[in-house]
Design a protein around this ligand. Sequence first.
Ligand code: FES
Length: 65
Amino acid sequence: MYVCICQAITDRQIHQAARNGAKTLRDLRRDLQVSVDCGRCANSARQCLKSANEQVMERNETSLR
Ligand code: FES
């Protein structure tokens, strides 16, 4: 699903960015150019990144067991 229409960035790309260490919207702007045009995607991108980072943390906790 597209999160940022202007840059054609999908939720999958945001999840990949999170796995690569993105923690903030600023990181997404730097890595994927999310929210650099109209900015309407900022809240959706932030929520998607939060969810992605929660999954990354769950995976890390599971792998430590
Ligand atoms: S929808 Fe992301 S910058 Fe416009």
